[in-house]
Design a protein around this ligand. Structure first.
Ligand code: G3P
Ligand code: MG
Length: 246
């Protein structure tokens, strides 16, 4: 049986897509100004084991730092500028901890999808620590964050540590055995590259009792196709285009 789905349909990717520097608190605040009530973020571990927000394994694209983000302790990550790469309006934005974003979401009643994006080689441990941290931060709150990952080992770590937190398997291709793995991981949703959904794929996932979400949908025709297919959620960069009123 499919579990009840407490999350909004529309999810702002990395905070506010490309309108603000991804995975900074400023981006989530901007996404909220556009009416979004649920956000996707990318979380990995600092060298001293603290979950923080960064998409890439390396720092160069979205900060003024160098090398592998997960090689730095939190104190060094906190010194970085994660805004100037985008535009000078955002200069000085910090690399946030997952905890800082959790405070923002919880204080405002926003929902969160935490994509566990481990530094390569640290999949299981990252899943464990992110889940443990999320369980602590959201303890006593009605709707926990949705934990997702492309990495089954990361979801296995989350499952082992905080089984009660909902999990979703991210798919960029329909690799052999994905459905069995998602079931073994107790996933409540599949989050697909949106082009992978068709009526048969939606029916298969729903028959498994899982919800059907898509990333990253930035065109009206693509969003309408997913709505017509009866899918359950869309992650978008285009917070300026799609009104999140459902
Ligand atoms: O979580 C959905 C989406 O963010 C997955 O891809 O590379 O944008 O993190 P990516
Ligand atoms: Mg992501």
């Amino acid at each position: 049986m499919t579990t009840p789905w407490p999350y909004p349909f529309w999810i702002a990717h990395r905070g506010a897509g490309k309108l603000a520097p991804e995975n900074t608190l400023a981006a989530f605040r901007l996404g909220a100004q556009y009416g979004y009530r649920m956000f996707e973020c990318d979380a990995k571990l600092s060298a001293d084991g603290v979950p923080f927000l960064l998409h890439d394994a390396t720092l160069e694209r979205t900060t003024n730092g160098h090398g592998t983000g997960g090689d730095l302790p939190l104190g060094a990550l906190a010194q970085l500028d994660a805004g100037s790469w985008h535009s000078r309006a955002w200069a000085g934005e910090a690399v946030p901890t997952l905890e800082a974003l959790a405070r923002f979401c919880i204080a405002n009643g926003y929902f969160l999808n935490i994509e566990i994006k481990p530094t390569p080689g640290h999949e299981e441990h990252t899943g464990r620590v992110v889940a443990q941290t999320a369980a602590r931060l959201w303890q006593g709150h009605a709707v926990p964050p949705l934990l997702s990952s492309f990495k089954p080992d990361a979801l296995a770590g989350a499952q082992a540590t905080a089984e009660h937190l909902p999990r979703a398997l991210l798919l960029d291709t329909l690799w052999d055995g994905w459905a069995t793995v998602a079931q073994q991981l107790g996933c409540v949703a599949i989050v697909c590259n949106h082009a992978l959904w068709d009526a048969a794929q939606v029916a298969q996932v729903k028959a498994l009792g899982m919800h059907t979400l898509s990333y990253t949908v930035n065109d009206e025709w693509a969003a309408q196709r997913l709505i017509d297919l009866g899918t359950d959620g869309i992650i978008t960069d285009r917070v300026d285009l799609f009104c999140p009123a459902r």
